[in-house]
Design a protein around this ligand. Sequence first.
Ligand code: NCD
Length: 326
Amino acid sequence: MQRHLISAADLSRDDAVLILDTAEEMARVADRPIKKLPTLRGRTVVNLFFEDSTRTRISFEAAEKRLSADVINFSAKGSSVSKGESLKDTAQTLEAMGVDAVVIRHSASGAPYRLANSGWIDAAVINAGDGTHQHPTQALLDAFTLRRRLVGRDAGLGQDLSGKRVTIVGDVLHSRVARSNVDLLHTLGAEVTLVAPPTLLPVGVESWPCEVSYDLDASLPKCDAVMMLRVQRERMNAAFFPTEREYSRRYGLDADRMARLPDHAVVMHPGPMVRGMEITAEVADSGRCTAVEQVANGVHIRMAVLYLLLGGKESALTSPRPAEEK
Ligand code: NCD
């Protein structure tokens, strides 16, 4: 494992499988009455959020607390950043306070990389989403959810996602979730198809390790999972499609379309969902949609990442597994 987690593309197959397996160990802690491990006692983790977040921020905080770390939450709103302070000065302030890890979300692609490689701080840096670039822990929690659903909780240990087919649909152009997932799913042996209007596909997508299609209906019967993306209005500076109605009609997932999926296939969404746009309420609330499960799995994955980056080498659970958990 490297010292930082900046991009899903930096993970080897073995690194990724180790994180998924460690997350399964962490998941066992969540089944206990006392959901806490002493692993990061005395270590300080800062959550540095320059961009809005619900799931990712709460999930990292829950993961850090379950590992007994001291947690400092920083959001740009209400901080000296709104007075014009730079990332460098903010980083040096954190360094002066002696933090061990920084979890950063930033609207600028590359901000976590800069923080990790600038020499401003010594701490481990974890990217919690940077601009349209990367969101590696989201891809890991998606892979974890897929492995559990498609391979099995115990059967999946040590396994990757070889041969599984995943279709990712929607605003690929502005999506760090799509980029991270294409990288990680490819590393794990899955076959990825992107489906989007031509205006929402990035230049150079032909060189990505995936297929591209404009026909959602044709790709659904062949996939094991379909991942719906939110249209990232906040990153758009022009009109990328005629109307929302037109977009939903061609690229939205409703019950009729969902019926085209094979019986075992799941519907994924990283959240936040815009019901009625990329996904109907009926699909979002159906038993096939893993959105809420993905959130729960996010805590296990972030515990595993923090544990491994901050020096965990042996089995994550220090005490032997109690007999009833075997
Ligand atoms: C995603 C993000 O922020 O990139 N959400 C998340 O982290 N769960 C996707 C989105 O905002 O649409």
